[in-house]
Design a binder for this molecule. Structure first.
Ligand code: GLY
Ligand code: MN
Ligand code: MN
Length: 423
């Protein structure tokens, strides 16, 4: 759990970054309609959550900064017995004041009334430029006279890049559950089952262990389906002797995990599958070994491209010289994506990859990123030796950058051929 003390620390740090004589407004997430009278599961907006840990909808967090101090305000839903009977308990303003260490708590029904007073005479308005809904329109309508509008996102994004010890613990706890799920998938007798049955077993373990949700839609892709990067149908039969690419990770208390394992349906890799798999695994291990402060993600990607190209040349998937293949980007057909991404509250954590001046942000102690090389060979690709066609492999781990190197937070999730075959 993240303590209230930590949320206060984050707000203080955020407030320091704001211009004098400014106001910052962060809205909670909103329920999204799925169909008549039915909503998608609610999940709090990540930046709002990062700064206060409050989980209800229809709420607003406000920072009013003058030269000498910052006032923090939280607008929460008013207690309402009848609505709470239908939709669940609300914390309410009295309890919220007790729990959350903000200067002022009010009810959200008066937020629009209070807004002119909050905006009055300010030079800068901070808000989330990416959020576009009627609340934002109403805010901008009232904020026309404020000379400067600034995006909140980079400010919080830089903060979210570096994870605190308790955030790292949350990710580790999420990974503990995700580990159980992937190991269950390895253990299960899979022949004769469908992809969705395997997905159900994985997600059962997420929920059974207290993870409210997956961190993203699980991919359970057997055989050639693994070559569709965002395959989420998960409806096909598991084919004996084929591989299954499973990209699944739970979200626990708002923190993500993001793990891919590629395993054989019948428990044993064929010779060709093993050749490809061990090539990708070797690349993954070597890229992870490179991780330490000051190294750049682009260096990891360049090395992954080089190593994957070498591997594909050795296996006869690519032809010609290494240099030419890299220059002509022939590998992109088989390795079309990046080496990894930041991970935290969001699976693709909303943190910058570049400084404002355009320079790439290097790795720093406390960052968490995924490393996920892959090779995808379509079943109809006549340019590739027949034995490799229809195989898609990705191996993905979640890595913490430490002061001297890295810690693989998902190191306990089996991935060598020997380990996988031993289940
Ligand atoms: N599961 C999403 C990703 O690997 O980026
Ligand atoms: Mn990923
Ligand atoms: Mn993934």
């Amino acid at each position: 759990m993240i303590s209230q003390k930590e949320y206060t620390k984050r707000r203080n740090k955020f407030a320091k970054k704001l211009d004098d004589n400014s106001v910052a407004i962060l809205y909670s997430a909103k329920y999204k309609t799925r169909s008549n009278d039915t909503e998608y599961p609610f999940r709090q907006e990540s930046n709002f959550y990062y700064l206060c840990g409050f989980r209800e909808d229809n709420s607003v967090l406000v920072f009013v900064k003058s030269k000498s101090s910052t006032k923090t305000m939280l607008f929460v839903q008013k207690k309402d017995a009848m609505l709470e009977l239908w939709n669940g308990k609300r914390v309410g303003e009295i309890e919220a004041k007790r729990i959350f260490d903000v200067d002022e708590v009010s009810t959200s029904d008066i937020f629009m009334q209070k807004l002119p007073e909050l905006l009055q005479g300010k030079n800068t308005l901070y808000f989330d430029f990416a959020s576009k809904d009627e609340r934002m329109n109403a805010l901008l309508d009232q904020a026309k006279t404020i000379p400067s509008h600034k995006d909140i996102m980079p400010l919080i994004g830089y903060m979210r890049l570096i994870k605190s010890p308790s955030e790292i613990m949350m990710i580790q706890e999420a990974l503990e559950i995700t580990k159980k799920a992937h190991h269950k998938a390895m253990k299960l007798q899979k022949i004769g089952k469908k992809e969705y049955e395997l997905q159900a077993e994985i997600e059962y373990i997420f929920k059974k262990n207290g993870a409210y949700s997956d961190a993203y839609t699980s991919i359970v892709a057997c055989a050639n389906a693994a070559n569709t990067l965002h395959y989420v149908e998960n409806s096909a039969p598991l084919v004996d002797r084929a591989l299954i690419l499973i990209d699944a990770g739970c979200e626990l208390e708002y923190y993500a995990s993001d793990i891919t394992r590629t395993i054989p349906v019948n428990g044993t890799f064929s010779k060709a599958q093993k050749e490809l798999y061990e090539m990708v695994l070797d690349v993954e291990l070597r890229i992870i070994e490179m991780i330490k402060p000051k190294v750049k993600r682009s260096q990891l990607q360049a090395k992954a491209v080089e190593l994957l190209c070498k591997g594909m040349l050795d296996l006869g998937i690519l032809k010609g010289s290494l240099k030419k293949n890299i220059k002509k980007e022939t590998y992109k057909k088989y390795y079309p994506h990046g080496i990894g991404h930041w991970m935290g509250l969001d699976v693709h954590d909303q943190c910058p990859y570049k400084y404002e001046n355009g320079q790439e942000i290097p790795l720093m102690s406390g960052m968490v990123l995924t490393i996920e090389p892959g090779i995808y060979i379509d079943k109809d690709d006549k340019k590739v030796p027949k034995k490799y066609r229809g195989i898609g492999i990705r191996i993905e781990d979640d890595i913490l950058v430490t002061q001297n190197g890295y810690e693989n937070l998902s190191r306990e999730i089996s991935k060598s051929v020997k380990e996988i075959e031993s289940y």
